[in-house]
Design a protein around this ligand. Structure first.
Ligand code: PHE
Length: 462
């Protein structure tokens, strides 16, 4: 099978595809709001520190493991773990996790698509009306948007690695970047925008608590698409001569830069429209920010720039969010799809069909668990609270399982695959790596304190 395995055609193709995975809804809203609420510049520093010193080594390990094995996560762990049960568990986790995250991310993407269509149709005033989001999620129109998103994703994935994922990333990622810059420039010209920049950037170290630090690491993990099997899978599409180390660094830098720049759009927009906003009052949930808060911001904007211009801005915003979400979804659905292709030795089309049906059914369950089908909610109630299926998947897989998967790969490298093997793998395509400081750091950290920290984060979130 590995002889016929598809590979990315170029380094830039891989970088854009991996950056497409990493840049998602978390970057556009989640990160800027978390930073503003939790110490501004102080949060940014801690976040950047985590990206460089904890996430990058894990990222290199995932990519190295994937390329060495030339398989998707399940088989990669099975083969390099020489069939030992406990490593099969790691492979299983790296296959189930993306599947479940695909479901909750799919629900959000479908909503974004719905909002995009509505703002394109000029219905911004409806989107901003009281209680719209609640009605929107409890309306069966949802299904049409689900069909739309499913078609787009399959259209990309059926093309495979080069003609699908890589080609789409090469078009979508520059477009995303352009839209983001346009919106930043637009927002920064609004009155009062600089107050938002200030809240975002001025450091306040008194806000830094244990739970803020924990949250920053979880956010960095999610944002870089770690612990989801994605980088193992994409690593397996790397050629032996490709430079994993430089590519990994560039993906981490791109993702962090986009998150940072998004803050220059999100926060100034909020403060330009509502100058008296207290940062603490902003919602922690990206979902309520995107669907309840932002439409109001755009509608309020129409008082100064007119309804048409405000609708255009809203449309660009939802298109931006949609592109960010689609490139992430593609990467995450690719993981179980390619595992299935390998395991059953079936074609990409067949695997996509099976995955498509499975994910659609679960998406329907998750999306109708807000009230349309009360049984789904009653079924998942716990701890005295009503939880939708969506909430449950989110709670379990967003910040709990990812550090666990990160921990498993560290232990795998330390005890089974061996760090010298990782170094050898990463040095292919980058000979200087073997004798670099980075190598010394990665080998040391991945065998000692990174797994320790991830274990602490995992236990804390449980
Ligand atoms: N990195 C993505 C984000 O920040 C998270 C993600 C990646 C989610 C891939 C799903 C699939 O939003």
């Amino acid at each position: 099978m590995s002889a016929s395995r598809e590979h990315f055609s170029s380094k830039i193709g891989f970088i854009l595809a991996a950056a497409g995975s990493a840049v998602g809804i978390g970057n556009l809203v989640g990160f800027p709001v978390a930073a503003t609420k939790n110490g501004g510049g102080a949060f940014l520093l801690i976040y950047a520190f985590f990206v460089a010193f904890i996430c990058l080594p894990v990222m290199l390990a995932e990519m190295g493991l994937g390329r060495r094995a030339q398989h998707s996560p399940y088989k990669a762990y099975a083969e390099l773990g020489q069939g030992m049960k406990r490593w099969r568990f790691a492979g299983l986790m790296a296959t189930i996790t993306p599947f479940m995250i695909a479901v909750f991310y799919m629900v959000i993407t479908v909503w974004i698509f719905g909002y995009l269509v509505q703002s394109l149709l000029g219905n911004l005033d409806a989107l901003a009306s009281e209680g719209y989001f609640g009605r929107f999620v409890n309306d069966y129109d949802f299904i049409w948007y689900l069909v739309g998103v499913t078609i787009i994703i399959n259209f990309i994935l059926v093309g495979g690695v080069r003609k699908g994922i890589e080609r789409a990333s090469k078009i979508l990622m520059p477009t995303l970047f352009l839209m983001l810059i346009l919106l930043v420039i637009f927002v920064l010209t609004l009155d009062n925008a600089w107050a938002g920049v200030q809240f975002y950037l001025v450091p306040d170290f008194s806000q830094i608590t244990g739970s803020v630090i924990n949250g920053a690491l979880a956010q960095a993990f999610f944002s870089l698409s770690l612990g989801m099997g994605i980088l193992i899978t994409y690593g397996s599409y790397f050629r032996r001569s490709d430079d994993i180390v430089t590519s990994g660094k560039l993906v981490a830098i791109t993702d962090t830069a986009v998150a940072f720049i998004a803050g220059l759009m999100t926060l100034p927009a909020i403060f330009a429209i509502y100058p008296d906003t207290n940062p603490d009052s902003l919602s922690d949930s990206s979902v309520s920010m995107i669907f309840s808060f932002f439409p109001n911001i755009f509608l309020a904007l129409s008082e100064s720039v007119g309804y048409f211009a405000a609708s255009v801005a809203a449309t660009i915003f939802f298109l931006l969010a949609f592109v960010a979400a689609i490139t992430s979804l593609v990467s995450i659905i690719e993981v179980p799809t390619s595992s299935l292709m390998e395991k059953r030795d079936i074609s990409r089309k067949k695997a996509l069909l099976v995955m498509g049906v499975a994910i659609t059914i679960l998406t329907l369950i998750a999306a109708t668990s807000f009230g349309l089908v009360p049984w789904f909610t009653a079924f998942t109630s716990y701890a005295g609270a009503d939880k939708s299926v969506f909430d449950v998947i989110y709670d379990v897989f967003y910040d709990t399982i990812l550090p666990l998967n990160g921990l498993l790969i560290c232990l795998f490298v330390r005890f089974r695959w061996k760090r010298s093997q990782l170094t050898a793998e990463l040095s292919e395509g980058n000979q200087a790596y073997a004798t670099s400081w980075l190598e010394k750091y990665v080998s040391f950290a991945i065998g000692t304190f990174i797994p320790l920290i991830l274990a602490v984060v995992f236990i804390n979130t449980v």
